[in-house]
Design a protein around this ligand. Structure first.
Ligand code: ATP
Ligand code: MG
Length: 289
């Protein structure tokens, strides 16, 4: 047993783009933590979990050093920092991409346009890797923030920075030319968790996966004419197979099933074409298969 009462310690971002979604995910996993402003640390009231609030850049180091057992952090930070940690699960939030951008007026047709250029970035490791893979030699100028203004003030010819909508690039007269990494928040773990902590992690992971699955699926209820019931059922996968209940009205049945978000609109159209009526679509809170 570990010296800290067997509690799992998780590091999450103290404030910033990942903070709210990190807390929300823990909450959806049934874990309540009091979230005082300016607090460094908090304890879950109903799960053996201690939460540390840190700058996202520091999270991989803390997890490598086992100051925290786990962390929620962007893949961009994990791969830039190159710490000895294990990525356990993608979390589905904090989605963005790490992209190269140049001045909008500048000519750019392919990666080789970057040859000999000066690139400003907070991600020197990932940019170097990208340039090496593409046999480009360019100067990397590391800056810690406001990367997008670098070309405008003559500091660099290009930048490499995180993008989600692209509006920051646009406002600064830049155009995105290459994506070097697609990123989202992930759960990372220390590589040497003891058995007790690994068990707790498995419990947490089970909950995270149930929440993720639920988000990717919808519960669907519909009325089907019995004449077309076979065809309608064949369109619906369901968890095992759809539930079919007779309606009070003769010749009709109520059909219940679960549809994944990806195939949702596709299936709904086919259901309508097959004569389904009164289609209700309901969010699922947790899904355990
Ligand atoms: P900290 O003070 O914790 O160091 P920060 O300023 O480095 O915060 P944020 O801007 O809050 O970081 O971003 C945290 C993470 O959110 C990023 O590392 C990235 O994984 C993710 N993210 C998602 N969308 C974006 C975006 N459009 N721009 C920047 N980061 C994004
Ligand atoms: Mg940071």
């Amino acid at each position: 047993p570990s010296g800290d009462g067997g509690k799992l310690k998780i590091a999450i971002q103290k404030s910033g783009r990942l903070h709210d979604d990190s807390i929300k995910l823990l909450k959806e996993c049934g874990i309540d933590i009091s979230n005082g402003v300016n607090k460094l640390k908090s304890e879950a009231s109903n799960f053996p979990l201690e939460v540390y609030f840190l700058r996202d850049d520091d999270i991989p180091q803390y997890v490598e050093d086992a100051v925290a057992d786990l962390g929620f952090v962007g893949e961009n930070v994990v791969y830039e920092k190159e710490k000895q940690v294990e990525v356990v699960e993608k979390l589905g939030f904090g989605k963005c991409r790490l992209s190269i951008a140049v001045r909008r007026g500048e000519e750019y047709d392919k990666i080789s346009s970057l040859q000999g250029k000066k690139i400003a970035t907070s991600y020197p490791v990932l940019v170097k890797k990208f340039l090496d893979e593409n046999n480009i030699t360019a100067e990397i100028h590391e800056i810690s923030g406001s990367v997008e203004i670098a070309p405008g003030i003559g500091l660099a010819d290009a930048i490499c920075d995180l993008v989600s909508s692209g509006s920051t690039l646009f406002m600064n007269g830049l155009k995105e030319t290459e994506t070097i990494l697609n990123s989202q928040a992930v759960l990372i773990k220390n590589k040497n968790l003891d058995g007790e902590k690994q068990n707790l992690l498995n419990k947490l992971l089970f909950r995270i996966q149930s929440v993720k699955k639920a988000k990717n699926n919808k519960y669907v209820l519909l009325n089907a004419p019995n004449d077309n019931l076979k065809q309608i059922i064949s369109l619906l996968p369901g968890m095992k197979s759809p539930t079919v209940l007779p309606l009070a009205e003769e010749g009709w049945s109520s059909v219940h099933s679960v549809i994944s978000e990806n195939e949702f609109w596709d299936i709904i159209e086919k259901l309508k074409a097959a004569g389904a009526q009164g289609i209700l679509v309901v969010p699922i809170e947790k899904m355990i298969i």
